[in-house]
Design a binder for this molecule. Structure first.
Ligand SMILES: [Zn+2]
Length: 57
């Protein structure tokens, strides 16, 4: 199964672990580390989902 990666540098999506520009890419998973966009919202959502998963809500 292939994963989509996203370049840290130029924000391009690619299948490889290294982007065309030579920078390393991240696996595109919304709840994980992503450097500088609206992380706050993601974090809050992730937290809620985690609580939900544990049956705390
Ligand atoms: Zn790139």
């Amino acid at each position: 199964m292939k994963h989509i990666h996203r370049c840290n540098k130029c924000d391009k999506y690619t299948m490889g672990e290294v982007c065309d520009c030579g920078a390393k890419t991240n696996t595109s998973k919304p709840l994980k580390y992503s450097p500088n966009d609206n992380l706050g919202a993601y974090r809050r959502k992730a937290k809620l989902e985690e609580y939900g998963r544990r049956g705390l809500i």
